[in-house]
Design a binder for this molecule. Structure first.
Ligand code: NAD
Length: 498
């Protein structure tokens, strides 16, 4: 793969004057350069998608042809899986083991799933009308939204782009994908795969550049019909403001402060190992990270001891080494923010039982590494209990009784996901019913399935991704009423008696 990554507009690779260097967060070495879009380029991407939707063949293709195109994208990802995994790791720092077994194959799977299900999901529905106006027939049709802007964050660059793009394309839309300027490479590599798959010009456009500049153009333009945004609450609020200018549809997948609840009857080893994954995978840079672990008082000390001991054993290193279990953070500014959170927690009286520092080992000096960090004795009023840290830092809090666990879990402004660890599945399900989040995992973490819609409540946003419900977000629902009465007599047509 070339080290210069052009943009992709109207089926052409576009080299722009303005470029940005991309550095490996594990060692600070420059390894690629990306072309940047300005407002004029964003405008041409919108024009390209608009024309492709209004005048191009995409919207009117047979569904099975659309399916075949999308299956080719899935296959293209699989054919290039090893290169894409390396690129994702070089760009984000995440361990190669994660990009190889999670990010890349899951991206391909999502394209495949929506290709294979689009015909079923788009089926028109005939509705029986029960009013006294017998003879009217309702038909519900699912149509594409039109031009959809997809804005994605840096933590799962290809995976989140693939979720959005697979659903949007399968529903018949034309898209503009805007990856983060920090991690645009796999999205731009996807451009070549899409080109090779032979999609009509302009159906997919991929640009990157300043979020503030491009975001305003992309989200406030009349020619855009919908924006699917995943990112921070701060930026999400700006996007909603832009969208209000022309009243366009948003999907908002925002931040989280999820809680894992460990009940006293949990299989402790499972709860400890699962909770390690729930906060330390991807360096804790997961929207669904269980950054709060609530542990029942009877087992609190044992949990802290076992969890701390295992967190200390997590192997930090360059993600390109297959043995690495935790890579560097995405940037120096992210590391600084995380360190400040740990310092605040200590000031407020919490206790760091593991990590909390920048590692000093010689081989880690050049990257943005941070030790896996466990903060014990965190209480609900502490800043670290409330705010999203977005790094490898977990707050552990003691609770007494299920009511308190539910109260603590629900005390957050965020409501994205949660875990319950217990041997009593029925009791865990009852607790799940009381937890205020869009997803709850029982005795597991991070099980995402293409069949199951994902998305948060409260300040974690609205709208779903994945599943039939997620797919339908990328469609608009039209109702077509037919008067089936003989001569259309009883209905409105003869109101004036003429
Ligand atoms: P971010 O909000 O800084 O950036 C997200 C995207 O928005 C990037 O592509 C960025 O360039 C773009 N952007 C920046 N300013 C913009 C503007 N004014 N208008 C339009 N777009 C703009 O988020 P991030 O730091 O990349 O990602 C971390 C955040 O994402 C965390 O809060 C995390 O919880 C959240 N996240 C949520 C989910 C979810 O599914 N709920 C998944 C992953 C990440």
């Amino acid at each position: 793969m070339s080290s210069l990554y052009p943009l992709f507009i109207n089926g052409e690779l576009l080299e722009t004057k303005q470029k940005e260097k991309i550095f490996n967060p594990a060692n600070g070495e420059e390894f690629a350069e990306v072309c940047l879009a300005d407002e004029a380029v964003a405008d041409s991407a919108i024009q390209s998608a608009r024309l492709a939707f209004d005048k191009g063949p995409w919207k009117n293709l047979g569904l099975s042809e659309r399916k075949d195109f999308i299956l080719k994208i899935a296959q293209g990802i699989l054919d290039n899986a090893a290169q894409l995994a390396q690129l994702e790791t070089l760009n984000t720092g995440k361990p190669l083991k994660e990009s190889t077994f999670m990010d890349i194959p899951s991206s391909a799977e999502t394209f495949k799933y929506f290709a294979e299900n689009l015909e079923q999901f788009l089926k028109a529905e005939e509705i029986k009308i029960s009013s006294q106006i017998a003879g009217a027939q309702g038909n519900l049709l699912r149509e594409p939204m039109g031009v959809v802007v997809l804005i994605v964050p840096w933590n799962y660059p290809l995976l989140i782009a693939s979720w959005k793009m697979a659903q949007a394309l399968a529903a018949g839309n034309c898209v503009i994908l805007k990856p983060s300027t920090l991690t645009p490479l796999t999205a731009l590599a996807l451009a070549k795969i899409i080109n090779d798959a032979g999609l009509p010009k302009g159906v997919v456009n991929i640009i990157t550049g300043s979020g503030d500049k491009l975001g305003k153009v992309l989200c406030s333009d009349k020619r855009v019909d919908m924006v699917s945004f995943t990112g921070s609450n701060e930026v999400g609020k700006k996007v909603l403001e832009y969208l209000s200018e022309n009243v366009k549809k948003p999907i908002m997948e925002l931040g989280g402060k999820s809680a894992g609840i460990v009940l006293k009857d949990a299989d402790l080893e499972l709860a400890v190992n699962g909770s390690l994954c729930s906060i330390f995978l991807n360096q804790g840079q997961m929207c669904t990270a269980m950054s709060r672990i609530l542990v029942e008082d009877e087992i609190y000390d044992r949990f802290i001891k076992d969890f701390t001991e295992k967190a200390r054993r997590i192997k930090l290193g360059d993600g390109m080494d297959f043995q690495t279990q935790m890579g560097p953070l995405i940037s120096e500014s992210q590391r600084k923010k995380i360190l400040e959170y740990v310092q605040k927690a200590v000031k407020e009286g919490a206790k760091v039982t593991c990590g909390g520092k920048i590692p000093q080992a010689q081989d880690l000096k050049k990257g943005f590494f941070f030790e896996p960090t466990v903060i014990a004795d965190v209480t609900k009023d502490m800043v670290v209990f409330k705010e999203e840290i977005f790094g490898p830092v977990v707050c552990v809090t003691k609770f007494s009784g299920i009511e308190e666990a539910v109260r603590l879990a629900n005390s957050s402004d965020f409501a994205l996901a949660g875990c319950i660890w217990s041997k009593d599945e029925e009791a865990a399900k009852r607790i799940a019913g009381k937890i205020d989040t869009g997803t709850i995992w029982i005795n597991t973490y991070g099980m995402f399935f293409n069949e199951l819609p994902f998305g948060g409540f409260k300040q974690s946003g609205f709208g779903k991704e994945l599943g039939k419900a997620g797919f339908l977000e990328y469609t608009r629902l039209k109702n077509v009423v037919v008067d089936k009465t003989e001569g259309a007599k009883p209905l409105i047509n003869y109101w004036y008696g003429f």
